[in-house]
Unconditional design. Structure first.
Length: 430
């Protein structure tokens, strides 16, 4: 409510101001001004305004404002009232017509809005001229006058409609860009959740093995206890361990089920093009490079016309590889991501011109714990990024290799096209 009255007050002030930018085609006091344009635009842009209430407010405020100017210049109160009351009537008629035609429900039809606005302007101007004639004016409503009124009404109306649609298109584009950024953020977030789910599912296999081995140990100890070889409490401890590990497995299953449900609820698209996926990864790492204060050129070459629903796994792998390149470049450098079709496989090539990996360490690069990155205190990173990429690549039936060529470090990932084209959705144990 308070916001609506504030907007109404601003529209009253704006209409009064732009109303002084005028021309008088039939002589004083009738005028064509930009005040009508401002009034009409305000009514269709600010949906919280009520047309009739706005028409009354604007009309009365103009009467007071222009009357004050006339009295300040030595005119009488009666003269000022007769001089500007017809303008107030103009805005009232305009508002009544917009209310009766329910204009706001037709905003998706610009031509209809323009015609209604021009017709309202014409009828309101005729009403104003008739009232001025009642106050002693000598305006004639012949064909020439009506044509001038219709022309100016159409110009003002369609100008407002054009301006409104331009601003709406700009607003929709901004909204689309915001939604695109939100979708990209959601994809990256889901890819991270997918990573955690993948390793949790992998850990559950180990937990199952530990549970089974603990129970086998319990049975062996139980047999030894019956033979009098071991004390009785050993078998109970082994059984307790098996039970606790089993509970841990159940908790992990509940967490995994929650992650799976979350990913399915937040699914962005069932299938995504490899080009869009590649651009998503590179855009995210452009921002990462800027955050690190690095000047890096990013190059994309992806002309493969293929869609896949292996979104999270691919984003996880490619994002790890490109992020590694960003971190490897000291200050200035280049990073590229090329996608091409090679026989029955899709090949991704992530390359950078950073310092690279020593030849003697190349065979260890995919081993868990290998790293060339250290923090400011000399502590190494976890070294599981490339190991993780290898695991996910193998899960999808692909291969991941590294090589040095022409001063660049290249990571080549090949994936069977059939795996990317399959219809079923991503699962933890795919």
């Amino acid at each position: 409510m308070r916001n609506r009255y504030l907007i109404l007050l601003l529209l009253m002030v704006a209409t009064a101001f732009f109303g002084e930018l005028k021309m008088n085609p039939f002589g004083e006091p009738f005028r064509f001004s930009l005040g009508t344009t401002c009034f009409f635009f305000g009514l269709i842009w600010f949906r919280q305004l009520r047309p009739l209430e706005t028409g009354i407010g604007v009309g009365v405020s103009l009467l007071l404002f222009r009357g004050f100017l006339d009295i300040n210049q030595g005119q009488s109160l009666a003269h000022a009232f007769q001089h500007h009351l017809p303008s107030t009537v103009y805005y009232l008629i305009f508002a009544v017509i917009l209310t009766c035609t329910n204009l706001r429900r037709r905003l998706e039809k610009p031509l209809a809005v323009g015609v209604i606005g021009a017709g309202s302007d014409l009828i309101a101007n005729i009403g104003e001229l008739l009232l001025r004639n009642q106050f002693g004016g000598t305006y004639t409503l012949d064909l020439h006058t009506l044509l001038i009124l219709a022309l100016f009404g159409s110009l003002r109306s369609f100008f407002v409609v054009g301006l409104y649609n331009m601003l709406m298109i700009r607003q929709l584009r901004l909204l689309g860009e915001q939604q695109k950024e939100q979708i990209e953020h959601l994809l990256l977030l889901n890819a991270s959740l997918y990573e955690e789910g993948f390793y949790l599912n992998k850990s559950m296999g180990h937990i199952e093995d530990i549970t089974r081995n603990s129970y086998d140990l319990y049975k062996q100890l139980k047999g030894q206890e019956k033979a009098g070889v071991w004390p009785t409490h050993f078998s109970r401890q082994a059984l307790s361990i098996a039970e606790e590990v089993h509970e841990l497995k159940k908790d992990s299953q509940r967490i995994l089920a929650g992650l799976d449900k979350l990913l399915k609820q937040e699914a962005v698209e069932e299938r995504i093009s490899l080009r869009a996926l590649t651009e998503l990864v590179m855009q995210a790492n452009r921002k990462y490079a800027l955050m690190l204060g690095k000047d890096i050129e990013f190059h994309i070459q992806a002309n493969v016309n293929l869609n896949t629903n292996r979104t999270y796994a691919l984003v996880s792998i490619l994002n790890n590889l490109v992020a590694n390149s960003v971190e490897a470049i000291p200050r200035v450098g280049r990073i590229g991501l090329d996608v091409r079709l090679v026989e029955a496989h899709v090949e991704w090539m992530v390359w950078d011109d950073g310092p690279g990996i020593p030849d003697e360490e190349a065979e260890y690069v995919f081993q868990p714990g290998y790293t060339t990155k250290y923090d400011s205190r000399g502590n190494p990173s976890t070294g599981i990024g490339l190991s993780h990429c290898t695991d996910l690549t193998h899960m999808l039936g692909g291969t991941l290799e590294m090589r040095r060529r022409a001063g660049t470090t290249q990571f080549s990932m090949r994936m069977p096209t059939a795996e990317l084209l399959q219809k079923h959705k991503e699962e933890w144990n795919s």
